[in-house]
Design a binder for this molecule. Structure first.
Ligand code: AMP
Ligand code: MG
Length: 531
């Protein structure tokens, strides 16, 4: 290695920045807030920070980027991923997009605090876009400051990686770095602004293109740019579909519908509530994107939303996510309509979402219950009755399904009661005990019908019902410590969440019921968009 590459090891990354090379850009070089017309991006430099400090990095993500642990622990890594230095080949830009927020068209949004650093081509030939979140103002910052605070950065970092290890399609996170700068935030928009430590996350995904990227051009009648972006996306992210044409636009939309349905099935499987499913927060690749006021179901409750901004309408509540994804796909269909110019085939393709989701949901339910296959004749009721019980008994969804693997066809009623008692947030009522007895009987009859060996069933269930998820209060505990300068729990959680389906002796404290203190505490069950 030359001394130059010792000082700047990140200069060895190989970039191919096709997004800005192939798509129309904003000609304005200055960085001020504005409407950006007929362009997909604006060039903008990250704002330098005084005192960057590494909180944590993801070793799998680093490996995928061909970065060694030494490089990740180097000063250069901290400088580059805090936004202080562009490594060789990096080109910084913010992307223009719009979106529907809470069902209303909101016009131009864009990367208000995200700055892309370019697209790495790794040694496997994979294309991975690097993006800093919280690295300063861009033309799309509207009235905000372009920054992010440590609490939300840790939440994004840990959850991206946790979701990946759970097998849920997601954008990833490479690092979280403290900037040394203090940021003002009014966490609940109630006139109590506080200074909080600022941080920057480096996010990674093949692309960060959202439904809203297409919507903004259609809304402004920029149809040439719309077509360029669609063609670019198909060629870059969906190359197997072939050269863009009307037929290929429809196939592309079909694939987006399918991937979105699959992603939502996963969310429902693991109990993830996104919290802000606006169309600008929907990835064209079907990845979970933009971790803000998300949360994990504790007691099973389809009406729960972690987002205080959504407390009134509960548009983004757990049980509504499948419908909202469909609503968002309808908006995407409207956005690409000018490329197809016929409504009927687009409507036809939208049914692919519904059928994929429905098939996926059934298979997912069967898997969670340890059944070989979903039989609608019996299993629809079996699932519905169980969810009724779990909701009524305020049962922790993760603990219950994990424990259910140990019940089996011959498990005793007492054993089942014990499982419910230990995973519920209230004492079992007589009514719930009766419901539980009935359900256990129906379930065991169904298991006997399957005649699946216990060990096989248990292993299959444990592969889809995680033991470890990023419980809301655990993330908050890690944040509390990190705000005191102690990053050990962030790192320990990251480690545990690498193997969410394994037993991991000694780590049981990360798989426990929410403690009482966490029920009403800010950050644990109540979050806002302020981040
Ligand atoms: P979100 O609610 O995170 O999906 O953000 C909606 C829009 O607001 C996006 O255009 C974001 O880039 C922008 N935004 C959110 N927070 C900030 C911030 N602190 N500074 C600038 N823009 C922001
Ligand atoms: Mg967003």
């Amino acid at each position: 290695m030359s001394s130059e590459s010792n000082i700047h090891p990140l200069d060895a990354l190989h970039f191919d920045n096709s997004f800005i090379r192939d798509l129309p850009g904003d000609p304005e070089p200055d960085n001020y807030r504005r409407q950006v017309y007929d362009a997909c991006y604006s060039r903008v430099q990250p704002t330098a920070v005084s005192n960057p400090r590494l909180v944590a990095y993801s070793r799998e993500m680093a490996e995928q980027l061909d970065l060694s642990p030494e490089v990740c622990e180097s000063g250069d890594f901290c400088q580059v991923f805090a936004g202080n230095r562009l490594a060789k080949g990096m080109e910084a830009y913010a992307i223009c997009y719009g979106g529907h927020q809470f069902g209303q068209w909101a016009g131009q949004l864009g990367d208000g605090r995200a700055i892309n650093l370019g697209e790495v081509i790794n040694s496997q030939g994979q294309r991975l876009t690097l993006q800093l979140k919280g690295a300063g103002l861009t033309p799309y910052s509207r009235s905000a400051d372009g920054l992010a605070v440590l609490r939300s950065s840790i939440r994004e970092f840990l959850c991206s990686e946790a979701m990946h290890h759970l097998g849920v399609p997601t954008t990833r996170a490479l690092s979280v770095i403290l900037t040394g700068k203090q940021v003002v935030r009014d966490m609940f928009y109630d006139g109590n602004p506080q200074l909080e430590p600022g941080a920057v996350v480096c996010r990674v995904a093949p692309s960060f293109t959202r439904f809203g990227n297409f919507q903004i051009h259609t809304a402004r009648d920029e149809l040439g740019t719309l077509k360029k972006l669609a063609d670019y996306t198909i060629r870059t992210d969906f190359p197997h579909l072939g050269q863009p044409s009307v037929a290929v636009y429809l196939q592309w939309f079909e694939e987006v519908c399918r991937r979105t349905a699959e992603m939502i099935v996963h969310w429902q499987r693991v109990g993830f509530v996104h919290g802000v499913m606006n169309t600008d927060n929907m990835s064209i690749l079907g990845l979970t994107i933009d971790y803000g006021p998300y949360g994990w179901l504790e007691n099973y409750d389809p009406d729960w939303t972690p987002n205080t901004t959504d407390a009134q309408g509960r548009r983004y509540r757990f049980g509504n996510q499948p419908k909202i994804a469909y609503w968002n796909l309808v908006q995407l269909a409207n956005a690409i309509y000018p490329l197809v110019r016929r409504a009927e085939p687009l409507e036809q393709v939208l049914t692919v979402y519904t059928t994929t989701f429905e098939q996926g949901r059934q298979a997912m339910m069967a898997n969670k219950l340890g059944l070989k296959q979903f039989d609608p004749a019996t299993d629809e009721d079996l699932a519905a009755d169980l969810f009724k019980l779990l909701q009524s008994a305020e049962t922790d969804m993760t603990l219950f399904f994990r424990g259910l693997a140990n019940i089996g066809a011959d498990g005793s009623e007492a054993g089942f009661h014990a499982l419910l008692e230990s995973s519920s947030y209230q004492t079992l009522t007589e009514e719930n005990k009766a419901l539980a007895e009935q359900w256990l009987q129906a379930y065991q009859t169904r298991l006997r019908q399957d005649a699946r060996p216990d060990e096989e069933r248990r292993a299959a269930m444990n592969a889809v019902n995680p033991k470890y998820v990023l419980r809301n209060y655990l993330a908050q505990q890690a944040i509390d410590l990190a705000e005191q300068g102690d990053f050990s729990m962030v790192r320990e959680l990251l480690e545990v969440l690498r193997h969410p389906y394994d037993e991991q002796p000694g780590k049981d404290r990360f798989a426990e019921k929410r403690p009482d203190w966490a029920k009403q505490r800010a950050g644990c069950s109540m979050l806002s968009c302020s981040s």
